[in-house]
Design a protein around this ligand. Structure first.
Ligand SMILES: [Fe+2]
Ligand SMILES: [Fe+2]
Length: 319
């Protein structure tokens, strides 16, 4: 193939800071919104192994390098994926209630299988969140906004964690803990009923993920003579994350601004006078509930405070 013919994400689709208005999502006549109703960027033939965001998000600089090995369309894409996604959602079944279990009671489970089952439900939950939030982005013709390098590098710090207990701590306890608080706030300040429903349903999913993380951590800490000694390992994980993440402090300014506009009900000075203090209060609430979760899990006040501060520095308070 001639190199000129190769379309890659970095040279063909996404570099540039322009954020022109995009066509709005096309609802089906019955009011439903399949992925095929979104004006998504074309699927690139090849992509550079960089970046963490969905295809087509405008960016002014290259994303962080990532160890992706599947970077060609022909290796992974199928044209019937949109249809298969819809079919998979229509045909979900519940292994608790949809099988006549009494008719065949002879299963033997390997140890800890339940954890794998739970985590697989989380994967399905997160796929649903990506889908719902992508649809919400395009619903009114806004689409993807510019990628924040700080957010992207902090997510990389999370993805690169290989130790399960530390990864679960960073994701289930700290990252998803923040998102439950964020979704609580968004339920309060949602501009419309569709958005509110997305937040209500996503909150319920995230609350399960956090409950697993805190429960797992409590189990782990309860087996320790000195829980804070284990806390030190998590502190090291956070410090390790800081070493390859741009240090970001507090919620990203674009996120704060958007939340303040929603909370105040607009961009006027009067609306800002309502929105900005509400978001300042929310940031204080975020820090309090993070510490509360850490104390509930069994850390001392001092370690909870230290971990909480490191999390804000390595993640911008988010993931
Ligand atoms: Fe999620
Ligand atoms: Fe989650």
């Amino acid at each position: 193939m001639d190199p000129q013919d190769r379309r890659t994400e970095s040279d063909g689709v996404a570099i540039g800071s322009a954020t022109a208005a995009q066509p709005a999502a096309q609802l089906d006549p019955d009011g439903s919104l399949p992925l095929s109703g979104l004006p998504l960027a074309p699927v690139p033939d090849r992509v550079d192994p960089t970046g963490i965001m969905f295809r087509g998000a405008p960016r002014t600089q290259r994303g962080p390098a990532m160890p992706y090995s599947i970077t060609q369309r022909e290796l992974v894409w199928a044209d019937n994926l949109p249809e298969l996604i819809e079919r998979a959602k229509r045909r979900q079944w519940n292994a608790t209630t949809d099988i006549p279990w009494a008719a065949g009671q002879n299963e033997i489970h390997p140890a800890y299988t339940e954890a794998g089952i739970f985590l697989s439900t989380q994967v399905v939950d997160e796929a649903r969140h990506v889908e719902a939030f992508l649809k919400r982005l395009y619903l009114n013709g806004v689409g993807l906004r510019e990628v924040s390098p700080g957010t992207e590098s902090s997510i990389k710090g999370l993805l690169m964690q290989e130790d399960f207990a530390r990864a679960s701590f960073l994701l289930h306890v700290l990252g998803e803990g923040t998102f439950t608080d964020l979704f609580h706030l968004l339920i309060e300040i949602s501009p419309d009923e569709a958005t509110r429903q997305i937040m209500v349903r996503s909150l319920e999913d995230e609350a399960r993920h956090v409950a697993y993380g805190v429960g797992r951590l409590r189990t782990q800490l309860s087996g320790q003579k000195d829980p804070d000694l284990l806390g030190q390992q998590f502190v090291e994980a956070l410090e390790g994350r800081l070493s390859f993440t741009y240090e970001v402090s507090g919620l990203p300014p674009q996120v704060q601004e958007a939340l303040a506009i929603l909370a105040g009900g607009g961009r006027s000075p009067a609306a800002q006078g309502r929105g900005v203090p509400r978001i300042r209060q929310f940031i204080a609430e975020l820090n309090e509930s993070r510490k509360r979760r850490l104390l509930q899990a069994g850390f001392s006040e001092q370690v909870a405070e230290h971990i909480s501060q490191l999390h804000v520095r390595s993640s911008g308070g988010l993931m």
